[in-house]
Design a protein. Structure first.
Length: 212
């Protein structure tokens, strides 16, 4: 009985089907082989990657288009699952290669300048209290003042004042409360929460460096 002759296209299709079947039927065997010969397999892959970069570029593009949505979901889930491990690894890389990391940050900023500015301004608007607390901490360190306070302490203090400015008696959201030092930092005041009061912007500006 004469065997059927296949053209090139048909041969490729048959080869793909047979290789897929083989992969599916021998997953455990292939995985075990990889574990037993990990270094050798990785070495061959690296060599092949260096010798055929265009081939891998094509494959990566094809995979990306095909599994774009699924891979993005998986990567987010995987990051959240192993967040601490990822952060620790990135920290170690930064410590090992500080010059490369600073170079990467500069290049990234130059290439994504507008998006970074938009994101940071958006974040500052959404987290004004957090920004204010950080600014006051930095200001007190510059002046050499003692103490610091947390965002939680600032939120609790505002609640104690019923979100109201004690000078003009206007409340949020009509006004926005700002951090004021009862004894100013310029006159030796501390940055502890006991030396803080919430004032609206206009009252804070008019108070200046007076002790109230």
């Amino acid at each position: 009985m004469n065997k059927r002759k296949y053209n090139d296209e048909e041969r490729k299709i048959r080869k793909k089907i047979s290789s897929k079947k083989y992969r599916d039927n021998n997953k455990d065997k292939r995985h075990q082989y990889y574990l037993d010969n990990k270094d050798e397999v990785n070495k061959k892959r690296r060599e092949d990657h260096l010798n055929n970069p265009e081939k891998y570029k094509r494959e990566n593009k094809r995979r990306y288009k095909r599994y774009k949505y699924r891979s993005s979901i998986y990567s987010k889930k995987n990051y959240l699952k192993h967040k601490e491990e990822f952060l620790e690894r990135s920290k170690l890389q930064r410590l090992k290669n500080p010059k490369e990391y600073t170079k990467y940050l500069k290049e990234y900023y130059i290439n994504h300048k507008d998006s970074i500015k938009n994101k940071s301004s958006k974040w500052k608007k959404e987290n004004r209290d957090k920004v204010n607390v950080q600014c006051q901490k930095r200001r007190s360190l510059k002046r050499g003042a003692e103490g610091s306070f947390t965002l939680e302490e600032w939120e609790n203090l505002k609640k104690e004042f019923n979100l109201t400015c004690p000078i003009c008696f206007k409340s949020e959201p009509e006004i926005m409360l700002t951090i004021d030092h009862i004894i100013p930092l310029s006159k030796g005041g501390s940055n502890y929460i006991t030396n803080i009061q919430p004032l609206c912007r206009s009252c804070n500006c008019s108070k200046r460096d007076r002790i109230n």
